[in-house]
Design a binder for this molecule. Sequence first.
Ligand code: S3P
Length: 237
Amino acid sequence: MVKSTSENALKNSQQKKSDRSRKRSGKTTGAKVRASVRPAASRNEPARAPVNAVFLVGFMGAGKSSVGRALGLRLNWTFEDMDDRIERREGRTVAEIFRDSGETEFRRAEYNALRHVLDELRHGGTRVVALGGGAFAQRNNAELLTASGVTTLFLDAPVEELWQRCCKQANEAGAERPLLRSKDQFRELHRARHKKYSAASLRVETGGRSIDEIAVEIIQQLGLKKIYIRTEQGEVE
Ligand code: S3P
């Protein structure tokens, strides 16, 4: 259960993270955020088919994994962190891939992992997926997502706040982010990517609200439906 305060949300996700056997790039946020969901790309899109997969995009520290996890819990949808999938497939952490093979190799692994998850979704099921911060900024990934028709959701926040969250996660949870270098580089990367994230189906502006509130707002705005499992004994949430 995701608690209603951002601090608790942060603690929850940090606890889960510390349970992991291998330390990897941080996937938490202490975001106090205000959610305001509005279309990011076309404002006049035709009515869509019911959404069964949501891909969260945005810069490092945007809260993709925390919000994704909260969405998964509320909807009974499978939540998945793409960086975790990459690590499983590659048998090493994101930080190790960057360090030993470089960013190009990481992007290759990221693209292949994305193709794999989209293939799986073609066979049905519901999924909330948190992409890594650079994934949607890569044209091949963005094209793949657009072509597959899944909903992409840009979690936006002021760059200063993103920086603070990443620093906090690095200090408190030991989160490793290979591209978290100097503040100037962080700002520059954010500036270069921001417009690309805006090509997502929807944008969620943040500021002053908890992770859980954001999740609730996304569910309402997208009309996402909770999955109930029916058993012989009755309906189980
Ligand atoms: C990256 C962000 C990371 C991770 C990798 C590259 C990026 O994910 O995928 O270190 O290019 O911004 P988070 O956004 O979850 O930190």
